[in-house]
Write a protein that binds this ligand. Structure first.
Ligand code: M3P
Ligand code: FE
Length: 309
């Protein structure tokens, strides 16, 4: 059952060199640089997003994920989910309004996989970039690089995936859309893809011995042609390529993976499945993991599985 959690609202990513990172996220992915703050963070948005920003780059000595934030429908829902998290046994921290510029109060907690998650109800809305709400044109001119249209999801690596799934399903109303089970090991859950929407996934987890690891942040493109064009840009600019262009078995998205200058993985993808609340969980067997991850090669790739920040 949905519980008023609407969508991934933001991700804060640690980067080693902010200027190099901006080239990646603004000029290659095609996000729009919105503002900076007095601790040196850079805020960016994808052009179809109505909130003021969705990606925050924080200068740091180590790459990785600071937190992922989900927007809830209103402040009553924020208060209700805060109480639910406390009742579930989570330690909940309240981050005051304005700590991220233009964002209201945030409720922060840690998932059993070690990832910091936040909920918030309010963020400054600046509308879609370059188009109006009245008789809007199809797309704005002047977009750069891959022309990413929205921040879509993160894939996170951590140990207690079952714990994260339990919390997200039962406290926050996420729906388990897809999973990978090891049939030979008592249906041990290797991966879980969860959604709060009709999307195939809004966040996903893969089992990994270390807590709190970041596999990728993903951005939506309009078409397979745009994924191929992203591949061209990756070559043009000598961006380290991870995998692709190819198709996932899980979620069936058409995808390409590459790295930012700090080593954080980015994905751009198109297409993919949709999920209604009455859809059954789609299950992949772990012995089909190669095909589940890369539908064409049907082979696991060490880099893809092993490299995380
Ligand atoms: C995606 C996606 C695994 C799968 C990744 C899938 C197991 O990133 O967007 O569907 O790493
Ligand atoms: Fe992904």
């Amino acid at each position: 059952m949905r519980k008023g959690v609407m969508r991934p609202g933001h991700v804060q990513i640690r980067v080693l060199d902010v200027e190099e990172a901006i080239v990646h996220y603004r000029d290659r992915l095609g996000l729009i640089e919105v503002q900076r703050d007095d601790v040196g963070r850079v805020y960016l948005k994808a052009w179809t997003e109505i909130d003021a920003w969705s990606v925050v780059l924080r200068p740091a000595d180590e790459a990785g994920l600071d937190f992922m934030g989900f927007k809830v429908v209103d402040s009553d829902t924020l208060a209700a989910r805060k109480q639910d998290l406390i009742d579930y046994g989570c330690e909940v921290e309240t981050v005051p309004a304005g700590e991220l510029k233009g964002c209201g109060e945030r409720i922060r907690f840690e998932l059993p996989t070690g990832h910091k998650f936040e909920l918030f109800a309010e963020k400054e809305q600046t509308g879609k970039w370059g188009v109006t709400d009245n008789n809007p044109e199809a797309w704005p001119e002047g977009l750069k690089g891959m022309r990413a249209s929205r921040f879509d999801h993160c894939l996170l690596y951590g140990d207690d995936v079952d714990g994260a799934v339990d919390l997200l399903q039962n406290v926050l109303g996420f729906q388990l859309a897809e999973q990978v089970l090891d049939r030979a090991a008592n249906d041990f859950r290797v991966a879980a893809f969860l959604t709060v929407s009709m999307k195939a996934h809004d966040v996903a987890f893969v089992r990994h011995p270390e807590k709190g690891k970041f596999h990728h942040a993903s951005f939506y493109l309009e078409s397979w042609n745009d994924v191929l064009r992203a591949a061209d840009l990756i070559s043009m600019h000598d961006i380290p390529l991870d995998i692709g262009p190819t198709r996932h078995g899980l979620t069936h998205g058409q995808t390409i993976y590459f790295f930012d200058p700090s080593g954080n993985r980015s994905e751009v993808f198109a297409g993919g499945d949709y999920t209604y609340p009455d859809h059954p969980v789609v299950t992949w067997d772990a012995d089909k993991l190669g095909k589940a991850i890369f539908y064409h090669d049907r082979e696991l790739n060490e880099n893809f599985l092993g490299v995380v920040t």
